[in-house]
Design a protein around this ligand. Structure first.
Ligand code: HEM
Length: 272
């Protein structure tokens, strides 16, 4: 990005960073990363033709990666999962591949959108951005507020009612699938006063951007760490980042996830 005065922050920054982290985590060899990224992106697109094309290639690659870790164990999570499957029998071979796939799905687009949505929210609130720029100790609280204010995941994993449940005067019968609207709950004014206001110093306890209970996001700590690194590096390297278009012109996508298709920004490099 540093070579150009303008960038698409989604394409140039938000997408590559979490993909690099996932590749490190799973032990995807460096030369394979571009094609791997291409398959994952295609598989996660909304285009049936691209999905049909990429899914078998991605699956075959994951199987081959698993076999490779068996022959030559590495210092990575996939090696640990292979060990758990082969030695401890806690995952079937099918579960091993599907768990790897789940990590890719759950660990990529989500973090991408935290970086994208969070950056946009900060650029639209210059006073909050200034406060964060001058006092970096506000970063952890800012990330929680950005998760609450413009979270990357709209709905939790589906829940099923085992008995009739009444919520807010609405009766949900037994044996129904329930999609919990996380982004809506995070703007509940009973929990968060003046919920549509971004305030990086507010108390955010109780936000459910990472879900709740037994299926609470297993990657929450990693995601927070990635966001902290991403926002800090952006503030350090390009302290005067500005939107390069009207916010109304930005296009959003997603049903389960919520994110920007592109985020054009003007960049000014920090003086050495
Ligand atoms: C900002 C980034 C992220 C957000 C907002 C997020 C959010 C969520 C949410 C809402 C759920 C469903 C929880 C529920 O239904 O109660 C979930 C599950 C999950 N997440 Fe994340 N996630 C993020 C990053 C990650 C990362 C980096 C990884 C791994 C590398 C990851 C792995 C998972 C997995 C494996 C599950 C399924 C857990 C289960 O069903 O037990 N997530 N995440």
């Amino acid at each position: 990005m540093a070579a150009h005065p303008q960038a698409d922050l989604m394409h140039d920054y938000a997408y590559p960073l979490p993909m690099g982290v996932l590749c490190e985590l799973l032990g995807v060899p460096l030369p394979d990363r571009d094609v791997f990224h291409h398959w994952v992106e295609a598989r996660m697109s909304n285009d049936p033709a691209r999905i049909m094309q990429s899914a078998p290639a991605l699956l075959a690659y994951l199987r081959q990666l698993v076999d490779g870790k068996r022959e030559a164990p590495g210092e990575d999570l996939l090696t640990d999962l292979v060990h758990a499957s082969d030695e401890e029998g806690s995952l079937t071979p099918q579960e091993l591949v599907s768990t790897t796939f789940l990590l890719l799905v759950a660990g990529h687009e989500t973090t991408v959108n935290l970086i994208g949505n969070g950056t946009l929210a900060l650029l639209q609130h210059p006073r909050q951005l200034d406060a964060l720029r001058t006092d970096r100790s506000l970063m952890p609280a800012a990330i929680e507020e950005l998760l609450r204010y413009e979270g990357p995941v709209n709905t939790a994993s589906l829940r099923y009612t085992t008995e009739p449940v009444e919520i807010g005067g609405v009766l949900i019968p037994a044996h129904q699938a329930v999609a919990v609207a996380l982004t809506s709950a995070n703007r509940d004014d009973l929990q968060f006063p003046d919920p549509t206001r971004l305030d990086i110093t507010r108390a955010t306890t109780g936000h459910i951007a990472f879900g709740h209970g037994i299926h609470y996001c297993v990657g929450a700590r990693l995601a927070r760490m990635e966001a902290e690194i991403a926002f800090s590096a952006l503030l350090d390297r390009f302290p005067d980042t500005r939107l390069a278009c009207e916010a109304d012109a930005l296009s959003w996508h997603g049903t389960m996830f919520r994110g920007l298709r592109a985020l054009p920004v003007h960049l000014t490099r920090a003086q050495p």
